[in-house]
Design a protein around this ligand. Structure first.
Ligand code: ADP
Ligand code: ZN
Ligand code: ZN
Length: 814
């Protein structure tokens, strides 16, 4: 069989298609799919990934692959189809999909090296250089030798302008060549001292040498630096020992260890409960058959879902298979990682954003080398480089952080199902409050539903007391009602722990009626309006509808509006004043910015050194702390009033999740839920923990308004540093969307264009933002519409200083 002469390469650049390159002379045998390469693109050298053999190009000569930085592929060829699907579905260049999937920082930065030619040197010597700027460049190159263009620019400033360099190059005075520097993130290499067979025991007077030998004999090879730390005289002895052939030095790659201590003990239960066993049996049957199937495991918090995951993973490992466990956030990964490691030890790899880039690369390599059959991680762990997979677990499948917001906007839960299908594997999605979409997939037979209805040991679900904030005088800045304060008091007196939850992601400017609690709604969408201080307007972030203030309440006619808003920090300070003896900590994205501070708080809850934890979403999920008996929810309305059609779903989920934190141990739990809307169906159904009724009510709503799962969504996000350019591109993009709707009766009937409107966060990081919402009532027609749009869109933004991207299945409407 002859080796392929031409290769299909996905270049890590914004190119709509893959390119064909030629195997360089004598290197064909080194090439294989998944290998990273350097290829020439225009005048640059860029990173690319080998996908497979390509047909000989017709009508042009393919260029040679320039270099191969690694000795082995970075991903198995089985992943290529997965990457292609992702690129097609999310309208993202394939090479960039792969780049984002791989550990970051490994690619070679592209640079240009400038070198003085003999002609340039002569000219300089003769003093015949034309301009001062040209003279400065030639002189610098003569002094420091060949240099990177960027260094030259740094050194000389405007003198080394592009124009000057181009002129010099054209006149043959300098050359400019692309150059690839080593990547920022590389495998970590250490020097090891390896004992040899002919180890003799050293004479007793050589005390240091004696110790070294004893140590190496006992432990085997050690790093040079460790050895010198333990035995300072090693510095003196090692060269001698090397000369005498007792040791050799070897460069070896070491894995940077991201794991901390395991402080969660793990004792697998002797016996699963009936419903757990039934769920596990169903999953095991599919695993044994080796066929693709997706399960939705619906079980209230604390019902033992995690135990089902772990036993399913155990089964996979027993048969030599691989498994992935996805957990939504870093706070949860920490806990899941603890449990999984406690059970499966060094078979576990982790992949999440809490790792340094080097640690991430090492974990990736461990998976690739087959050293870690289980990987726990956040959404990006869906790209883990397994060539075969038997099981993908997605815990808290409803969680919105599975959707990546920015760059490649993928939804990891959806990709888990897709990847499972490609591997003939099982996808096991679990939640206490499944997303409406997943639940809908059970009703229409796409997923298999599994249920655990009871909590472990029949522990009762906590009693939820609803406090109507309209009736009480809560402290204005802290929102702590007397009832909650009293409950906190009693909990502390009993020596138990409490969580206080505030959804700070909610807007601080949600207009509510001060008399009846009704949020101000859009007259066309039924979605809460947001108050814009500058304009003194209430705006709908879906359709652009606006309302001037003052305006009477739509429900009771009262003219009194109240803007709701406070933050976790204020609450923490307030509690510290109320309970000066209590040990209080805060857990939110600001407080838990490092993994260690997060671990400290989790540990504090576990070992009882904390009494109250105030927090955002981060405290709502997963954690299993038996001594937490009280949960306070400060203002359920903040998420309810979020300008998003998923506000109700999100609120219901959050309320159930937070409530589920209470009473997971022997002592029963209670929840105090404060709200301005005690009669809202989210609140009343969360109080009863009635998922099914909620599902039914909310689905009716979605059907009426044509929102997912009854329609497909995509969003075009437009942004620019210049407000005029953003607005102009938004207008053009809107026109394009509408004109493409006329492309055929199927599209015309089933695609709805809403907007463009200014985004709810109209300016972010200095960029002005607009958005267009696209709804598709027919999937096939919508996909072909989006494909046409994705093709035409770049031409619109090309000439302007603004950018437009497509977000398929958007989650954030901000
Ligand atoms: P979930 O993931 O649904 O929140 P977990 O799997 O964390 O629930 O289970 C809750 C608690 O019950 C954990 O402490 C777990 O160790 C324990 N547990 C789970 N299954 C069993 C069982 N079959 N027997 C005894 N204890 C169990
Ligand atoms: Zn009112
Ligand atoms: Zn509206």
């Amino acid at each position: 069989m002859s080796l392929p002469a031409y290769w299909e390469v996905a270049v890590a650049a914004a190119l709509p298609q893959t390119l064909t390159y030629k195997a360089p002379q004598g290197m064909a045998h080194l090439l294989e799919p998944g290998l990273r390469v350097l290829v020439p693109l225009g005048r640059r050298l860029v990173t690319g990934y080998l996908l497979g053999q390509a047909a000989p190009p017709q009508g042009f000569a393919a260029r040679d692959i320039a270099d191969i930085p690694d000795s082995k592929p970075l991903f198995p060829k089985e992943l290529i189809a997965f990457f292609r699907w992702i690129g097609d579905y999310y309208f993202y260049p394939l090479g960039q999909v792969i780049k984002e999937a791989l550990p970051s920082g490994i690619n070679n930065p592209e640079e240009i090296q400038c070198t003085l030619t003999d002609k340039g040197l002569n000219l300089l010597k003769e003093g015949k250089v034309r301009t001062i700027a040209q003279g400065a460049v030639l002189k610098a190159l003569a002094e420091i030798g060949p240099s990177l263009q960027k260094d030259l620019c740094k050194r000389l400033g405007p003198a080394a302008s592009k124009n000057t360099l181009t002129t010099l190059e054209k006149s043959g005075l300098i050359t400019r060549n692309p150059l690839a520097l080593p990547g920022r993130v590389r495998p970590h290499i250490e020097t090891f001292v390896v004992p040899q067979k002919n180890l003799s025991s050293a004479p007793a007077r050589m005390k240091g040498r004696h110790k070294i030998l004893a140590l190496l004999n006992g432990q085997g090879p050690m790093t040079d630096s460790d050895l010198k730390k333990l035995i300072p005289s090693a510095k003196k002895w090692l060269p001698v020992m090397k000369d005498e052939g007792e040791v050799i030095f070897e460069e070896r790659q070491v894995c940077r260890n991201p794991f901390g201590e395991v402080f969660f003990e793990d004792t697998p239960p002797e016996k699963l409960f009936h419903e757990q066993q039934k769920a596990l049996d169903a999953v095991a049957a599919a695993l044994d058959k080796g066929v693709f199937e997706t399960f939705l495991l619906h079980g209230v918090t604390g019902s033992g879902k995690t135990e089902v995951y772990l036993q399913a993973v155990d089964r996979v490992l027993g048969k030599g298979g691989n498994a992935l466990i996805l957990v939504p956030e870093i706070a949860l990964i920490t806990q899941m990682e603890q449990r999984v490691r406690a059970r499966f030890g060094n078979k576990v790899a982790v992949l999440h954003s809490g790792l340094t880039p080097g640690e991430r690369l090492d974990q990736w390599m461990r998976i690739l080398m087959g050293e870690a059959p289980v990987t726990v991680g956040a959404r990006s762990c869906i790209f883990a480089p397994y060539s075969n997979l038997s099981l993908i677990v997605v815990d808290e499948e409803h969680d919105e952080s599975y959707k990546q917001d920015g760059h490649l906007r993928y939804q990891a839960r959806d990709l888990a199902v897709l990847r499972a299908r490609m591997h003939n594997a099982v996808a096991l999605l679990g939640s206490a409050t499944p997303s409406l979409t997943s639940r809908h997939n059970v009703t229409r037979g796409k997923f298999t539903g599994l249920e655990i209805t009871n909590r472990i040991e029949e522990r009762p679900f906590p009693e939820i007391t609803v406090v109507d904030l309209k009736q009480v005088t809560a402290s204005k800045t802290s929102l702590v009602s007397p009832a909650l304060r009293q409950a906190l008091d009693q909990t502390l007196a009993r020596g138990e722990q409490a969580l206080v939850f505030l959804n700070r992601r909610g807007f601080a400017n949600l207009p509510l009626c001060a008399d009846c609690g009704q949020p101000l709604l859009c007259e066309q969408c039924d979605i809460a309006l947001t108050y814009h201080q500058e304009a003194k307007l209430c705006l709908c972030h879906y359709c652009g509808f606006s309302k001037n203030l003052p305006t009477p309440c739509q429900a009771c006619g009262s003219p009194a509006l109240r803007m709701v808003g406070t933050g976790t920090q204020k609450v923490e300070q307030y509690l510290l004043r109320c309970f000066p003896k209590a040990r209080i900590a805060r857990l939110d994205r600001d407080a838990a910015s490092t993994r260690n501070s997060l671990l400290d708080i989790l540990k504090g809850l576990k070992d009882g050194s904390l009494d109250i934890v105030v927090g955002t979403q981060m405290i709502t999920k997963g954690h299993d702390f038996p001594n937490v008996t009280l949960v306070g929810i400060l203002c359920a309305d903040l998420s309810l009033g979020f300008p998003d059609f998923r506000a109700a779903e999100r609120t219901f989920q959050i309320l159930c999740q937070v409530s589920g934190r209470a009473g997971r141990g022997q002592n029963p739990g209670s929840v105090i839920l404060q709200t301005y809307n005690p009669d809202n169906f989210c609140i009343t159904l969360a109080q009863k923990n009635d998922y099914k009724a909620f599902y039914k009510a909310e689905m009716t709503h979605r059907r009426e308004l044509a929102y997912p799962p009854y329609a497909r969504l995509a969003q075009i996000r437009i942004s620019s540093q210049d407000p005029g350019s953003a607005a102009a591109l938004a207008r053009d993009a809107g026109n394009l969307c509408r004109s493409l709707c006329l492309k055929g009766p199927a599209i015309q009937k089933s695609v709805i264009v809403l907007g463009p409107i200014a985004s709810p966060i109209a300016r972010m990081a200095g960029r002005f933002r607009w958005q267009i919402l696209l709804k598709g009532l027919n999937t096939a027609a919508f996909r072909s519409y989006l494909a046409a749009l994705a093709q035409a869109l770049p031409a619109l933004s090309g000439s302007k200083k603004a950018q437009a991207v497509i977000d398929v299945d958007p989650v954030s409407m901000l």
